[in-house]
Write a protein that binds this ligand. Structure first.
Ligand SMILES: *Cc1c(COP(=O)(O)O)cnc(C)c1O
Length: 404
């Protein structure tokens, strides 16, 4: 099956008892057993639930992965990756332009627990590989990044990680005093890609060599700004085993109705992403002609420094547009208060357009110095371009520019 067919049919077998074309939402915490231990594969809904299982099958199919685990939020999914795969003292290498909540999770939850996070401002795979040492178990990237919409070349990063890993393994046998890396056939350093911005409709990291993909399904996957959810999809089934254990042991699971909402969103993901891309390109092209914007960032504009990589790596440039307004904080505040269709709100990826001020909203938990090094200046605004008529969206922004 091809992408849109999988989105509609995987995990959606008609219900056997009634023939219901759309499987029912299994609102149950437990399952009646014929005798102790004699059941139909479900015992307790933290461990497994049919509605969740359907969603997980569909998510794995869409990312081209072996298996998936759904979580109560994107950050619960990220927590499961770090908590299940790393041990205190292990390091994780991350590209610094990270979702603010991921940065906060690494710095304020996992660092006290023993994680050693290492950040680089470089998109160069060689620089990323340089930060990897014998303690590294995880390389974490987002592409396109939030909110700077920088791209990382997933295939090149995956190659650099594998090469560095091979080098570390061969050194391990010659160096004394250091315990050699475990030498199972599986890679010890996992490359994780947060694919929230692109979704598998536009980019499939596992096919490019990543080991796992993490999602906030709250965004484009759910697509209607009405549910919080997350997911991990792995290239190999073994990688998911500890994550699946963690899902049950730590318990950050989504409820059946949330799973239903995300799954319903997936069915239209492909058409929605196409329209998000079309609308965002229209908005970006218009914005680039306005003198009030010092700078417009969109991977689909030829002026984007990685436009060529975007064309190669993605099959659409996404629905996010980032603009830097002349006039800094005050101009940005007035602009965000003046739009009517673009709602001033956190989050992104829904059918309705949203406008966000990263410096004071999504990325406020990042220290100013870190934020500004990444490029999140006070005049920067992030647009999540929705599915309204693009002409209405452009008019809304044009009026707000005048009122700014
Ligand atoms: C929103 C978001 C997250 C966190 O997801 P939640 O569902 O809010 O927990 C992680 N990564 C990216 C890129 C996001 O946009």
């Amino acid at each position: 099956m091809r992408f849109s067919t999988k989105a509609i049919h995987v995990g959606q077998a008609p219900e056997p008892a009634t023939g219901a074309t759309v499987p029912p939402i299994h609102v149950t915490s437990t399952y009646t057993q014929a005798a102790p231990g004699v059941h139909k594969g479900f015992e307790y809904s933290r461990t497994d639930n049919p509605t969740r299982r359907n969603l997980e099958e569909c998510l794995a199919a869409l990312e081209g992965g072996a298996a998936a685990a759904a979580f109560a939020s994107g950050l619960a999914a990220t927590s499961a990756v770090v908590g299940a795969l790393l041990r205190p003292g292990d390091s994780a290498v991350a590209y610094s332009d990270l979702y603010g909540g991921t940065y906060r999770l690494f710095e304020q939850v996992f660092k006290p627990w023993g994680l050693v996070p290492r950040y680089t401002d470089s998109t160069d795979p060689a620089v990323i590989a340089d930060l990897i040492d014998r303690t590294t178990r995880l390389v974490w990237i987002e592409t396109p990044t939030n909110p700077m919409l920088r791209l990382l070349d997933i295939a090149a990063v995956a190659r650099a990680v594998r090469e560095k890993e091979t080098l570390l393994k061969s050194n391990a046998t010659s160096t004394t005093g250091q315990a050699p890396l475990k030498s199972s056939g599986t890679p010890e350093i996992l490359l994780a890609v947060d694919n929230t911005f692109a979704t598998p409709a536009l980019q499939q990291p596992l096919a490019l060599g990543a080991d796992l993909v993490v999602h906030s399904t709250t965004k484009y996957m759910g697509g209607h700004s009405d549910v919080i959810g997350g997911a991990v999809v792995t290239a190999r089934a073994e990688t998911l085993t500890p994550i699946r254990f963690y899902q049950n042991a730590a318990g950050g699971v989504p409820g059946p109705f949330d799973c239903f909402l995300v799954h319903r969103g997936l069915k239209t993901l492909d058409v929605r992403m196409r329209r998000h891309c079309e609308n965002a390109l229209r908005v970006a092209e218009w914005a680039a002609r306005q003198a009030a914007f010092e700078h417009v960032i969109y991977p689909g504009l030829p002026s984007h420094p990685q436009h060529e990589l975007a064309q190669r790596q993605m099959c659409g440039f996404g629905g996010m547009v980032t603009c830097v307004l002349a006039g800094g904080l005050e101009a940005a505040r007035r602009f965000l208060s003046a739009t009517k269709l673009f709602a001033c709100a956190e989050s992104l990826g829904g059918v309705e357009s949203l406008i966000n001020h990263p410096a004071t909203m999504t990325h406020a938990s990042m220290p100013r110095a870190v934020r500004e090094r990444v490029g999140i200046v006070d005049g920067l605004v992030r647009l999540s371009v929705g599915l309204e008529d693009a002409d209405d969206l452009i008019e809304d922004l044009a009026v707000a520019l005048v009122r700014r």
